[in-house]
Design a protein around this ligand. Structure first.
Ligand SMILES: [Zn+2]
Length: 316
């Protein structure tokens, strides 16, 4: 398999960078994702998530989010011979032939803007191009998948969706509750991303998407980045490459292969599927997809072409 590239819709590695634990340049420092492994794994575009941990929410969510965005910029600047920031549609033209990997800044979750719409514009100005509306809890926008409520978006949340559409920001519905998911699909004029989720039919976890959700997401041109977290793949602490393939196959069958992408969640998950321990192991996943009957064209769609189509639709 020579002709695949990887676009990964989610990793949390910037947290280790900010905390001074790793420079994210070499596997010797541990973790699951770094530049050396991403390059070996043929990653051409990586979403770098600013994950705001629960202890900062809600009061210090904005400050912590900005600190993470600042760290992501420092990381990109310190490695400018290897990476560059993706800010607009034209930047995609530099992939994959350019020698540099693109980084797209995303924020996980909407706590960063509190209940102030102008902060959405501010983070856009700072280069952020994707935002997960919620993490697992409730915020001013909506309720997360960890809440027992079934509320749809707040009035403020509706305004956030409309403004994200205007700005050309990617709306990420991973971690959002189901009522919120349907509300977003009803409101958004642009396709929507579930950056790191799996199929509920195979693994009934509230973080996964039902077949109806997968179909609806796909109908609007959206995609789901299949998450490598064993608990979302099998509900167990362990999983293998075949479990990732099973979820990819299911989503492709239910929603079409055009709806499938990858959202590793590297450095946000404490364990990984066997054989997929880090960003250098995509070759093994591609081989497993090929062995299970996916064609070369289908594999290219799953690994990068669907994401390219999606990004060139949503980004301005
Ligand atoms: Zn997450």
């Amino acid at each position: 398999m020579e002709s695949y590239w990887v676009i990964d819709g989610h990793c949390d590695s910037i947290l280790d960078y900010l905390d001074g634990k790793r420079s994210l340049t070499s596997p010797q420092e541990g973790g699951q994702w770094d530049l050396e492994r991403a390059q070996e794994g043929k990653v051409i575009l990586q979403f770098l998530a600013a994950y705001i941990e629960s202890q900062y929410k809600p009061e210090r969510g904005t400050l912590r989010g900005l600190e993470l965005i600042h760290a992501a910029h420092r990381f990109i600047q310190s490695n400018s011979e290897k990476v560059f920031l993706i800010k607009q549609r034209e930047d995609l033209d530099r992939l994959p032939s350019g020698s540099k990997m693109g980084c797209l800044l995303s924020v996980e979750g909407g706590e960063i803007i509190g209940n102030s719409l102008f902060l959405l514009d501010i983070i856009y100005e700072l280069g952020v191009r994707a935002m997960g509306l919620t993490w697992n809890q409730r915020n001013a926008i909506a309720d997360g998948a960890g809440e027992k409520t079934q509320s749809s978006l707040t009035q403020f949340g509706e305004n956030v969706i409309l403004r994200m559409n205007e700005l050309g920001m990617i709306i990420d519905v991973s971690h959002l509750n189901e009522a919120g998911f349907w509300h977003v699909l009803e409101l958004s004029s642009q396709p929507v991303l579930a950056s790191h989720s799996c199929a509920y039919a195979l693994c009934p976890h509230p973080r996964n998407l039902t077949d109806e959700q997968l179909k609806a997401l796909s109908r609007q041109g959206g995609i789901v980045g299949v998450n490598f977290y064993p608990q979302f793949l099998t509900q167990e602490a362990e999983a293998g490459l075949q479990d990732v393939v099973r979820h990819i196959r299911h989503i492709a069958e239910v929603a079409g292969v055009e709806a499938v992408g990858l959202g590793s969640d590297f450095d946000g998950i404490e364990n990984t599927p066997k054989g997929l321990e880090g960003a250098n192991k995509y070759d093994a996943l591609v081989q497993a997809l090929s062995d299970s009957g996916f064609s070369q064209t289908e594999i290219e769609k799953i690994t990068h072409r669907n994401f390219m189509r999606f990004l060139s639709t949503v980004l301005k």
